[in-house]
Structures are given as structure tokens and as C-alpha cells.
Design a protein around this ligand. Structure first.
Ligand SMILES: [Zn+2]
Length: 84
């Protein structure tokens, strides 16, 4: 298991969102586990960043950064509750 916690997403997501997304609560679409984005398991050796659910290991979030754009795949998240 070669991953870091979701705090590794803080900088890359800060480029996209105006708030700290590691404090947001994600709900896994596969198992329903809900918890802070900071507790996701982040694999940085895939193309881009892959964040997996600590409950079932399914992919919750993918983020790929290109020089002029970012690709954010949230299909594994049933919802994101973002504190404002
Ligand atoms: Zn899950």
C-alpha cells in the first residue's frame, strides 16, 4: 500500500476550488462511506492523483493536471458536502 492521505489533494484542488476541499465531506458512491476528503487514500503514481475510499478502496476522485487544464473525475463520489 503506497498511498498518502487526502491532504495530498489540498494543493491541486486549491487550484480549482476557492475553498479548502480537504475539509469537504465526500460520500462514496460504492459503499456510502462518508468522511473528510483528507481521509481518502491518495495514490500519486497513477496518471494524476487517484483518491480511494478508506472503507471499500473504490475510486472516489481522480485529478489529472495538464499544463493548461485540469480533469476532475468525481463519478465515484455520490456527493460532496463543502463547508462554506
Ligand atoms: Zn467506499
Amino acid at each position: 500500500m503506497d498511498f498518502t492521505d487526502g491532504n495530498a489533494l489540498a494543493g491541486p484542488l486549491r487550484e480549482i476550488f476557492a475553498v479548502d476541499m480537504t475539509a469537504a465531506t465526500s460520500r462514496c458512491a460504492a459503499c456510502g462511506h462518508a468522511g473528510p476528503v483528507a481521509t481518502l487514500r491518495v495514490y500519486a503514481h497513477a496518471p494524476g492523483l487517484v483518491a480511494r475510499c478508506p472503507g471499500c478502496e473504490e475510486v472516489v476522485l481522480r485529478l489529472v493536471r495538464a499544463p493548461d487544464s485540469a480533469w476532475l473525475d468525481l463519478r465515484g463520489a455520490a456527493s460532496l458536502r463543502i463547508p462554506l
